[in-house]
Ligand binder design. Structure first.
Ligand SMILES: [Fe+2]
Ligand SMILES: [Fe+2]
Length: 305
């Protein structure tokens, strides 16, 4: 019996209309000016509306959102983000990890990530953590699939779009991967930045990618999903349990005006037979001429286990 899930990334859905640069401090000013000059023309609400219409074609076991809902992480953007998440589905149906834009500066938990808490938490409901670092890694199990969310978001200096997983998550990740392996679950790790060292520009890299990759290789994973680069990529990671696809999906809202890919999201179908797991990657691609998403080129991957 196959299972289907989908991944959306980098919607950058918030509007900064009414915000003034003079009211902002430090790093947010750079982000605001970038939105004013470029990002508001690139990331479009009508594309996200088309995506929501397209999602109705699928019955999903889980919808993964790999960060960057906002531009500069203002509380009003988190409010807009929560309204959008609620349109996507109930918290138990939608699993979110933050991106670097969401963690632009240190901010009041209750006015920011606290608004998204139920979409970030593990099965079993809300946790009492006062920061998103204590929520992750998250774990949700849907039939034969374990969805493991890792946060890479933390405040960084101006003009830096880097991420860091950190020792706390790195220490807890092995037990989650091992327990899921013991239960013979298909392990999906989803995060905002690429966990492969050298795959992203230095200014946009995951600072502890080598350590993250080492944990994933040593303890095994079946599929790794990320966003951040606003481009589609397919890589592979050798692990203890075989080769795992590493899939990057472009922004869900982009028109592709500045060299990034046009909006896309991915559906994934997972099935198991005697030889192992069968994974099908099914891109859904935005067509600016029609304003709708259509099926891209499917890719089938056999994972011997
Ligand atoms: Fe982004
Ligand atoms: Fe990002």
């Amino acid at each position: 019996m196959s299972q289907t899930f989908a991944q959306i990334s980098d919607p950058h859905l918030s509007s900064l209309e009414g915000v003034h640069a003079r009211d902002l401090l430090n790093k947010r000013v750079f982000g605001y000016l970038s939105w004013r000059r470029k990002r508001r023309f690139e990331h479009r609400a009508e594309v996200l509306q088309a995506l929501q219409r397209d999602l109705r074609h699928f019955s999903l076991d889980q919808l993964l959102v790999t960060g960057d809902l906002t531009h500069i992480g203002l509380p009003q953007e988190f409010e807009q983000g929560r309204a959008w998440l609620q349109q996507l589905g109930e918290p138990g149906q939608v699993a979110l990890v933050p991106g670097n834009h969401d963690t632009c500066v240190r901010a009041d938990w209750d006015k920011t990530f606290g608004l998204w808490r139920d979409y970030m938490t593990s099965d079993g409901g809300p946790i009492d953590g006062a920061g998103h670092a204590s929520v992750f890694p998250s774990l949700r199990v849907r039939k034969n699939i374990a969805f493991i969310g890792v946060s890479t978001g933390c405040p960084k200096p101006p003009l830096m779009a880097t991420g860091t997983v950190g020792t706390s998550q790195l220490n807890r990740l092995p037990a989650l991967l091992e327990e899921a392996a013991t239960k013979k679950l298909f392990r999906v790790v989803f995060l905002h930045h690429s966990p492969l060292p050298g795959k992203e520009k230095w200014r946009k890299r995951l600072t502890d990618a080598a350590a993250v990759q080492a944990v994933l290789s040593e303890h095994g994973v079946e599929l790794i999903l990320h966003g951040h680069g606003h481009r589609a990529h397919y890589n592979e990671l050798s692990t203890r349990d075989g080769v795992a696809p590493v899939v990057a999906v472009p922004s869900a809202s982009a028109l592709g005006l500045h060299g990034a890919d046009v909006a896309r999201y991915n559906c994934y179908s997972v099935d198991r037979d005697d030889s192992g797991w069968r994974l099908e990657i099914m891109p859904r691609c935005y067509q600016p001429t029609t304003g709708e998403f259509i099926q891209g080129e499917n890719k089938m991957v056999l994972l011997k286990r």
